[in-house]
Design a protein around this ligand. Structure first.
Ligand code: SF4
Ligand code: SF4
Length: 433
């Protein structure tokens, strides 16, 4: 597949003609217009309430970042091609056909300036799930070869390796190195285990301490667990990119590997999109109930602490917490992280916007990997930084490695000395005997 930047603001992949790109996107959009999407398309009353919910709109003031506006091409495609009055709409030319220029310009709105965080969904009086519709729109953009090149690069790697950064055959060596560096056994490729443990790409690169700390906790609990070349990267780049085929393949790799080794549980890393893809969307590809339980690291820590199997020492400091959108607002784990922090003796001073209403870090949905979106991310970071400073809390904790990377990048760029900390690492560092 050859690639070329067409002009700043969008990228193109492959050799399709402009007409073929528009056709591919339209075919995908029309396929996505099931009953739910159609109801959402019909329901918008243009009240504008979603505008003040979106961190990209709030921090830039630019009208084009209004969530409802981000869906405009999707809406036009619906009214022309799939609404009950589509033939009349087309015959009378009531809605103009989408062209390649509009699709290309749209790329910035649904990839660079949407993290699929769902904050707009929360406030919409009509219950329109804009984040979900953006995800569906990305499926068409992927088919048209119109996604940010950085994401396309990761997609190609994941198609080959099952991970955007790590070939499976490198896993045993990487785990052996992490194991040696941190002094903790990390089982790999066991033929039988009760828990299949997965990682996010950073845990096999810059955040290896998080992986080693997960191993310390699992070993302390005496659990039979393993990582496995068959399915180890839970980040699911297909979920973010709009590559539904890849999303299915990556999800199945995790679940089928767990079934193969007899594991009843898949433990997801501190990664928001891993949770969205595996916990909430895996059922799409399995008839009936999933053959395994899929849980996030925060849920796991909460359960182990609540059951008394994992004991922690109180830290005794002040803290605030950044709620990862896919884990808290979209995933429902608002209370779990707070219970773990309470067990750690960290009374929370909440951010002005927190829990299900917390603002995104600015890097979700693949935005952190999209170099083009760096200036936008920087604006969002300033808002988050101001909220953290206003709490006066000494520690700043989160439970998503991708949020942590986004916040670390913002901190570095602004010479901010506060370091975002991992909830998992705090637990591992403070286990009681
Ligand atoms: S999902 Fe989040 S980033 Fe996307 S439009 Fe809504 S509030 Fe903005
Ligand atoms: S809040 Fe909902 S109804 Fe109002 S403009 Fe946004 S999407 Fe439309």
């Amino acid at each position: 597949m050859s690639t070329a930047a067409a002009k700043p603001g969008f990228d193109r992949q492959g050799e399709l003609s402009d007409e073929a790109r528009v056709d591919a996107a339209m075919r995908s959009f029309v396929r996505e217009f099931g009953v739910t999407a159609a109801v959402h398309m019909e329901a918008c009353v243009r009240c504008g309430m979603c505008a003040e919910a979106c961190h990209f709109h709030v921090t830039t003031g630019e009208a084009k970042y209004t969530p409802a506006y981000k869906l405009e091409p999707f809406r036009r495609a619906y009214f022309r091609e799939a609404s009950p009055f589509a033939p009349i709409v087309r015959a009378l030319g009531l809605v103009k056909k989408l062209g390649i220029d509009e699709l290309q310009q749209w790329q910035e709105l649904i990839y660079d300036s949407c993290t699929m965080c769902g904050r707009c969904t929360l406030v919409c009086p009509m219950g329109i799930d804009i984040a979900e519709l953006v995800k569906e729109a990305r499926h068409g953009m992927f088919k048209a070869g119109l996604i940010p090149e950085r994401l396309a690069l990761m997609d190609r790697a994941a198609q080959q390796w099952g991970s955007p950064a790590t070939p499976p055959e490198d896993l045993p060596d990487i785990l052996a190195e992490v194991s040696e560096e941190h002094g903790v056994p990390i089982p790999c490729d066991l033929e039988r285990a009760d828990i299949l443990v997965t990682a996010a790409p950073a845990e096999l690169g810059d955040h290896t301490k998080a992986l080693a700390d997960a191993a310390k906790i699992l070993n302390r609990l005496g659990l039979k667990w393993t990582m496995h070349q068959g399915g180890f990267d839970a980040s699911n780049i297909g979920f973010n990119n709009g590559d539904l085929k890849l999303q299915e393949r990556l999800t199945k790799a995790l679940i089928d590997t767990a079934v193969k080794i007899g594991a009843k549980t898949i433990l997801l890393p501190e990664c928001g999109h891993a949770y969205g893809a595996a916990r909430w969307e895996a059922a799409k590809w399995y008839d009936g109930a999933l053959p395994v339980r899929i849980i996030h690291m925060t849920e796991f820590l909460d359960e182990q602490i609540a059951s008394g199997k994992l004991r922690v020492k109180p830290i005794g400091d002040t803290a605030t917490f950044h709620d990862p959108c896919q884990i808290v607002r979209r995933g429902g784990l608002e209370a779990a992280a707070r219970r773990v922090l309470a067990a750690l003796g960290l009374p929370l001073t909440e951010l002005k916007d927190h829990g299900v209403a917390g603002f995104c870090c600015g890097g979700g949905g693949g935005v952190v990997s999209n170099i083009r979106a760096a200036p936008l991310r920087a604006k969002v970071f300033e808002m988050k930084k101001a909220q953290v400073e206003a709490t006066g809390a000494k520690r700043f904790v989160t439970s998503c490695g991708q949020c942590r990377i986004t916040l670390e990048q913002g901190a570095k760029a602004t010479h901010w000395t506060k370091k975002p900390e991992s909830l998992l690492e705090l637990v591992a560092e403070n286990m009681a005997e």
